[in-house]
Design a protein around this ligand. Structure first.
Ligand code: CA
Length: 220
């Protein structure tokens, strides 16, 4: 079940959207302030975020900026202002889409569907200069393709699920190899070393970070 976080201080709008999304089969968490919303997003890692621009504490744009430092979760901003400056600010903040109030809930639901499809597994993901194209199964550093093996591809794709999050060797084994490897196995480390060598040749230094005693993370 896809999970949506709504951050909106207008409780009528918040309730309406919650109802509509739940009827469409989404799980919804709603927050009325920016601080709570941001904490909820960090904890729950939803599949999509709907942010009101005008909140009593943090603005929707500020929340979007903070989320974007570490996450690629699609963000739709709701705004009362429908002017060019506001739109530019929202897009610069990392919003994927925006909708001016008053809006039809059907239109919002359609935009939610578009964003979820765009961000679904397979769509190219970009983390800094690294791009992972899940459809063509290609890796790019800036514009240069980096040739990797299928397993190396899956490892990179897995680490990019949440840039900045540290994945343990065990998590990597279970999700990329589909099994726990013997404790003495260094197969994950060997694959990471191979990826690093290939990325380095393309100019991508330090793409994968080692967290000693814990595991690996992709630069967020
Ligand atoms: Ca508001």
């Amino acid at each position: 079940m896809k999970h949506v976080v709504i951050v909106e201080d207008d409780l009528d709008i918040s309730r309406l959207l919650t109802l509509e999304l739940e009827e469409s089969g989404f799980r919804v968490s709603a927050y009325a302030t920016g601080v709570r919303g941001l904490a909820g997003i960090r904890e729950e890692k939803p599949d999509l975020i709907i942010l009101d621009l005008g909140l009593p504490d943090l603005s929707g744009a500020e929340i979007a900026r903070r989320v974007r430092r570490t996450d690629l979760i699609p963000i739709i901003i709701l705004t009362a202002a429908d002017d060019v400056e506001t739109k530019v600010e929202m897009l610069n903040a990392g919003a994927d889409d925006y909708l001016a109030k008053p809006f039809h809930v059907e239109e919002l639901m359609a935009r939610v569907g578009v964003q979820l499809r765009k961000h679904s597994v397979g769509a190219p993901r970009t983390v800094g200069d690294l791009t992972i194209d899940g459809v063509r199964r290609q890796i790019f550093w800036t514009t240069e393709e980096v040739k990797v093996s299928p397993r190396e591809f899956e490892l990179l794709q897995y680490l990019a699920t949440q840039p900045g999050r540290v994945y343990s060797r065990r998590e990597i084994e279970q999700n990329v190899w589909g099994e726990d490897l013997p404790p003495t196995s260094n197969v994950v480390d060997v694959h990471v070393a191979n990826i690093r060598g290939k990325m380095r040749d393309a100019g991508g230094y330090g793409v994968i970070r080692t967290v000693r005693g814990v595991g690996y993370a992709i630069k967020g």
